[in-house]
Write a protein that binds this ligand. Structure first.
Ligand SMILES: [Zn+2]
Length: 133
């Protein structure tokens, strides 16, 4: 799933970035700037910003920690913003991992990202079976 952040028109002051579902038509797509952690719209959807290399490391570390908590782990972020209410923590982090496909990760980071992607897609199939969709 991909969400492109939208910014206000150039003549308006930039106060927030919104996802494509929340931004009015007059707002323009933007790259969201560089960040050390994933950015989210106020609705909770992850925004596709450019992560710094620290940001990529952060995402991989968080995802591995979440994977260790297991399928039913619900700690941390993801319980607040509307988009994620009722979602397990790993579902949030799984979208972060998806967004890493934007970057050309090699070596160790590429391998970590791939392993996490495989795990989360397995959990995703399991979740879909459970809710019967
Ligand atoms: Zn939104």
């Amino acid at each position: 799933m991909k969400f492109t952040p939208h910014a206000p028109p150039p003549d308006e002051e930039l106060t927030e970035l919104l996802c494509e579902f929340c931004a009015p038509d007059s707002w323009e797509e933007c790259d969201g700037g560089e960040s050390d952690s994933p950015q989210h719209c106020s609705c909770g959807r992850p925004l596709e910003g450019s992560l710094t290399s620290d940001g990529i490391t952060y995402v991989l570390d968080q995802a591995e920690e979440t994977a260790r908590d297991g399928y039913t782990g619900t700690t941390g972020i993801g319980n607040g913003p509307p988009y994620y209410v009722g979602s397990p923590m790993w579902a949030v982090v799984s979208e972060w991992i998806d967004s890493l496909s934007w970057y050309h990760l090699d070596g160790d980071e590429g391998a970590r990202c791939e392993a996490l992607g495989r795990l989360f897609s397995k959990w995703d199939s399991r979740l879909k079976r459970e809710v019967g969709s």
